[in-house]
Ligand binder design. Structure first.
Ligand SMILES: *Cc1c(COP(=O)(O)O)cnc(C)c1O
Length: 801
């Protein structure tokens, strides 16, 4: 079908006419995108069919990755690349006078996630397919993904996101595979032949309709499946107001919750979680039973992974299906369930550990609650045997305590593997956050440091860097990213240094153009592009970055002999709509930008840019153009970070704390190729335990800090006096929970060192090359191989074939 540009052209024009019933001259670019998308999906469908046939024939163990978020971004570009048909399509389209890259920009990001956790799920799917693992995604087909952010007068404004506005060319709706999910009602218990039977009565039924999207592997003919569930009215609709029922049902898959740390105490959120796992588990069980294999062997043929605790109800739901619907005993069901399910923890922030009030849980999911109660009772009994009379320990470990259901406890008890997402994070889980569980189940705990797919984040996002890498070391690294290490020998090669520098400049030029178009700000393409893009959160400390910029601005304004290497600070961040503090930080960044960018004294040295609506596609434009990657979270708070890895792979130098995967980046590149600063995780934890931090001391004794904090309140910015009061108070009255002032001096020193270093172009390019060379470990291919081998026990069909 895509053997030459002529056949492609013919197929493309035929397809267009058949779909739209008009001549190609009258086509819109949107229709051209849709036509190409349909063509590509059809092209992949042969491989999709064959992959599924192969999995069935070889009865390979399958893995299902459950996640409440999949932050996929655009799919056309990666699909063309992975299918190996990008060049032929581009050439064919060109003859029709169409630019492929313009067509690609028509696609709206599939933004069904908030940030790192959702993007990780998307990178994992790419690695699973690209390494021939039989691994599939299971998620929710939200009608609206993460809100679209606009900046109005410096403030964030949220608009509903509309990714399905023009349809979705990648999905296949499978109404015939719909399953029913039940909410509410109550449970009647009866007894027959000594066996208890549970009948869920008066429940409200919702139809879960799967929409399958192909997940196309990189040049390997493997196409796995991402199954997204949509909530629709059931034929078994209740006997009540039909319109109201329809609306309440559809609400379940209407919106993604725009919060990735604090749990919204919303019944709808719990409904979404159960909807996902009930639909997913029923469908997995149905297809397993269709193969005719014994239910008792299930865990030898299927692995199920839960991405954080949002899908943890997969555990009691699976128990329910096995006991109530397949008549297994509790012990049999428990054996199968715990050997099937594995769990990843993503945070140690206590406010982010999910728990639900019994009253909500029990009313919404009465049968599931009974199962959880029994899991809890049996677990507490085991604890009692191991720790007789240790009431407090048992209370702290119980799944249900103080009228709350603790989702992380359920996840640990009901799974066979618990992993953290970076070495330091896993250590903290073992030593502190989950210490009691680690003592009880040491064998369950393990680390899997996160990764990113180098196919999207290097090959697709930065084709020119990819080309010069290929020129030097060939293409072996594409299959085996660790091979990027071969670049090390070119780190001091002036020709390669120049090539890397030139590519960076070209990417910076493109970003500068984009910034000019979108914000009107003209930036110096020779300046250091210093970037902090990630969700807005106090622990990520965008504020530390801002205070330092204010300080630089002060010095440039008031010290006649002070100059710096010109710097452009670029921010991108969405704040959760209900997160007041985070929204104030956005306003502060924009207020600072307004002031700095228009001051004739500093404008040649300093620019501040806020790019609205940070998303995967925007990240793909920003990251290849970045010189400095800001990874400055309070040590111990960032579980891993994956933004840090994307930047490193594109040759940016990290300025960062010893937190999350920064620690592992530092281990690889060393002090020579990274700027570290700030408190260690141990020091932060010691302050938290023993006190001893007083932010007022830093305010009083450090003139720089004193000055910038006063400027938040004294009319320095033309805003109302109280605009930034909350930020000021968080630093002083509330004693600076995230140690911003504590780390200020150390951060400033590191920044100064960095700035001087950039002046030495050859040295900087050398550092940049070292970062690229060492980034292969952070390919999600490495991460997925570790999950496959050490947790799921699945093998790559590349070896089976
Ligand atoms: C990678 C990514 C993130 C995660 O960034 P961190 O710096 O690790 O928090 C968030 N959002 C998008 C769009 C991303 O691509």
């Amino acid at each position: 079908m895509f053997t030459s540009k002529e056949t492609f052209k013919k197929r493309f024009l035929d397809k267009f006419e058949r779909v739209y019933g008009k001549s190609f001259e009258d086509s819109t670019i949107q229709e051209q995108y849709a036509t190409l998308g349909m063509l590509v999906r059809e092209y992949a469908s042969q491989d999709w069919i064959h992959t599924n046939e192969r999995y069935r024939a070889e009865s390979q163990k399958q893995v299902y990755y459950f996640s409440i978020e999949f932050l996929l971004g655009r799919l056309l570009g990666t699909n063309l690349m992975n299918l190996g048909i990008r060049d032929v399509c581009e050439a064919g389209l060109k003859e029709l006078g169409i630019s492929l890259s313009q067509i690609e920009e028509q696609e709206i990001d599939a933004g069904l996630g908030n940030g790192g956790l959702g993007r990780l799920a998307a990178c994992f799917l790419d690695s699973l397919a690209s390494m021939d693992y039989p691994g599939h995604g299971c998620g929710i087909r939200y009608k609206h993904g993460l809100f679209e952010q606009k900046i109005v007068n410096g403030y964030q404004v949220e608009l509903p996101e509309q990714w399905l506005r023009n349809g979705n060319v990648w999905e296949v709706r499978k109404a015939g595979l719909a399953v029913e999910v039940k909410f509410g009602g109550h449970v009647e218990v009866s007894n027959s032949n000594g066996k208890m039977n549970f009948h869920h009565v008066n429940a409200e039924t919702v139809s879960a309709v799967p929409h399958d999207m192909p997940v196309i592997g990189y040049e390997n003919e493997t196409v796995n499946t991402l199954r997204l569930w949509s909530a629709e009215p059931s034929p078994y609709r209740p006997d009540r107001d039909v319109m109201k029922y329809k609306q309440e049902t559809e609400a379940i898959s209407e919106f993604l919750y725009p919060d990735d740390t604090n749990v919204e105490g919303k019944i709808l959120r719990l409904k979404q979680q159960y909807f996902l796992v009930s639909a997913g588990m029923q469908s997995i069980l149905n297809s397993y039973l269709k193969t005719g294999q014994d239910i008792h062997d299930f865990h030898n043929h299927v692995a199920i992974h839960i991405n954080d605790t949002h899908p943890v109800l997969a555990i009691p739901e699976f128990m329910r299906l096995l006991i109530d619907e397949r008549n297994l005993s509790w012990e049999e069901a428990w054996h199968i369930t715990t050997n099937t399910i594995s769990y990843t923890n993503h945070t140690t922030l206590s406010e982010a550990l999910e728990q639900w009030p019994i009253s909500i849980f029990q009313n919404l999911l009465p049968r599931i609650f009974m199962v959880v109660e029994e899991i809890n009772e049996r677990f507490c009994m085991k604890l009692w045997k191991q720790y007789p009379n240790q009431w407090e320990r048992i209370e702290n470990m119980a799944i249900i305590a103080h009228d709350m259901v603790k989702m992380a406890h359920l996840a640990i008890v009901g799974s066979h593997s618990v992993n953290g997402v970076a070495q330091i994070h896993t250590d903290i889980l073992k030593k502190r956050e989950m210490k009691l569980f680690y003592e009880f189940y040491p064998e369950k705990f393990n680390n899997k440091t996160n990764g990113i797919t180098h196919r999207r984040w290097l090959m697709k996002a930065n084709p020119q860097l990819t080309d010069i890498i290929n020129d030097r070391i060939g293409t072996e690294w594409i299959r085996e990213p660790k091979q990027l290490e071969q670049l090390e020998k070119y780190a001091c090669d002036p020709n390669f240094q120049d090539a890397v520098y030139e590519v960076k400049q070209v990417n910076k030029h493109h970003l500068a153009e984009k910034i000019r178009q979108h914000t009107g700000i003209v930036i110096d393409e020779q300046s250091i592009f210093d970037v902090q893009v990630k969700r807005l959160h106090a622990y990520k400390r965008q504020l530390l970055n801002i205070l330092h910029i204010m300080h630089l601005y002060n010095r440039l304004s008031y010290e006649p002999n002070f100059t710096i290497t010109p710097r452009t600070f670029i921010f991108g961040a969405k704040a959760s709509p209900g997160y007041y503090y985070a929204k104030k930080i956005i306003k502060l960044i924009n207020t600072l930008a307004e002031k700095v960018n228009n001051d004739p004294r500093t404008k040649d040295y300093l620019k501040v840019v806020f790019l609205e609506n940070y998303s995967v596609s925007l990240a793909e434009e920003i990251i290849p153009a970045t010189n400095v990657s800001e990874q400055i979270s309070t040590a111990s708070k960032e579980a891993s970070g994956t933004g840090n890895m994307k930047f490193m792979m594109n040759g940016a130098i990290t300025i960062g704390t010893m937190d999350g995967a920064n620690v592992e980046i530092h281990e690889l590149v060393g002090d020579d190729n990274m700027f570290t600063f700030g408190l260690s995780a141990q020091e932060v934890l010691a302050y938290q335990q023993r006190g001893g931090y007083n932010s007022f001391e830093y305010y009083h004794h450090d003139k720089r800090i004193h000055q910038v904090l006063e400027q938040l309140m004294n009319g320095f910015f033309s805003v109302t006096d109280s605009e930034f009061e909350h930020i000021y108070d968080s630093l002083l009255i509330q004693n600076d929970e995230y140690y911003v002032l504590r780390d200020f001096a150390s951060y400033s020193d590191a920044q100064m060192k960095l700035s001087k270093m950039y002046e030495n172009r050859s040295k900087w390019s050398q550092m940049s090359i070292m970062n690229i060379a060492k980034s292969g470990v952070f390919s999600s291919d490495r991460t997925i191989r570790e999950y496959a081998e050490n947790i799921w026990g699945v093998t790559s069909s590349a070896y089976v074939r």
